[in-house]
Design a protein around this ligand. Structure first.
Ligand SMILES: [Zn+2]
Length: 86
């Protein structure tokens, strides 16, 4: 999940230290409630595509929505928020 990145610490123009720290990619989270459904289903993934994929599947099987309207996608896109990890 995370990867190591070398971070240079500088004072003025002098490089005094080089440290390695773990950097995590941000994940995205979206819940059904965020798009106005009375449902506690929450999906978390690293990409928007993955979120939409899981959400569409959930909507189809749990809400009987064979298709997600464009407005819902727009709403979902703006309601989606970044989290440090899933
Ligand atoms: Zn739901």
């Amino acid at each position: 999940m995370g990867y190591l990145e070398t971070v240079c610490v500088r004072v003025g123009s002098k490089r005094i230290e080089s440290i390695r720290e773990e950097v995590f990619d941000m994940a995205k989270r979206l819940s059904c409630r965020d798009v106005g459904a009375d449902c506690d289903f929450t999906v978390c993934a690293e990409t928007e595509q993955e979120i939409f994929g899981k959400m569409a599947e959930h909507a189809r099987t749990n809400h009987g929505m064979s298709e997600i309207p464009k407005e819902t996608y727009d709403k979902a896109r703006s309601a989606m928020h970044e989290v440090e990890r899933c």
